[in-house]
Ligand binder design. Structure first.
Ligand SMILES: [Zn+2]
Length: 205
């Protein structure tokens, strides 16, 4: 539900004209339908990234799972961007606006954990997903795919980019991607993070 709520928020940010009110509700339905269509695959992706629990710059399989799914959905994928082998950009569409969605996927050292609320390491001392970057990567990919499908069927115009940003827990991969100019043509960037509550903010830079 949290992912679905995020996607509806995404839509509200993307479409802001009051004359599009009727269209917006149709588009919301399309977004929800897309999430439902991909839901089981996105959950599998999230679970796989959780189980892999790959840490900074070693997220080889996690990055591949996300980028391969984007490619299967029709995105053009550029891997190893900004000098980081596990960083990638998946692009669909053309022209303005250019919308980007961030996806993180790295784990933390020493947080190996079963899927239960109290501390229960799978392997003591091994890495684990402490703040849900498995959800972050999979949920963001779902948002990007939903936007892509709206571009594909003519509901939206423009370009969608999914940024796979590695090593967010340690070296903040997206900073190196910004420095490499990968966001220079982006008009709006959408991101989120798993949390115990649902809230939203908008930053205009
Ligand atoms: Zn985090």
């Amino acid at each position: 539900m949290r992912i679905k709520a995020f996607l509806v928020l995404t839509l509200c940010l993307v479409i802001s004209t009051s004359s599009a009110q009727k269209k917006m509700s149709e588009t919301k339905k399309a977004i929800i339908a897309s999430v439902e269509k991909h839901k089981s695959n996105l959950i599998k992706i999230s679970d796989a990234i959780w189980a892999l629990a790959e840490t900074a710059f070693e997220e080889n399989q996690s990055s591949k799972i996300l980028s391969d799914y984007a490619e299967q959905q029709g995105f053009t994928v550029e891997r190893g961007v900004a000098g980081m082998p596990t960083a990638f950009v998946a692009t669909y569409g053309s022209g303005k606006p250019v919308i980007s969605v961030l996806g993180e996927f790295d784990a933390l050292p020493g947080l190996s954990q079963n899927t239960e609320p109290t501390k229960s390491p799978i392997v003591d001392g091994e890495p684990g997903h402490g703040c849900g970057h498995n959800l972050f990567g999979a949920g963001s990919l779902g948002a990007a795919v939903a936007i892509k499908e709206l571009i594909e069927n003519g509901t939206l115009k423009g370009t969608i980019k999914f940024f796979g940003t590695p090593s967010e827990e340690k070296y903040f991969g997206k900073i190196w991607m910004v420095n490499a100019g990968l966001w220079d043509d982006v008009d709006v960037n959408i991101s989120w993070h798993p949390s115990a509550e649902i809230k939203a903010d908008v930053k205009v830079l």
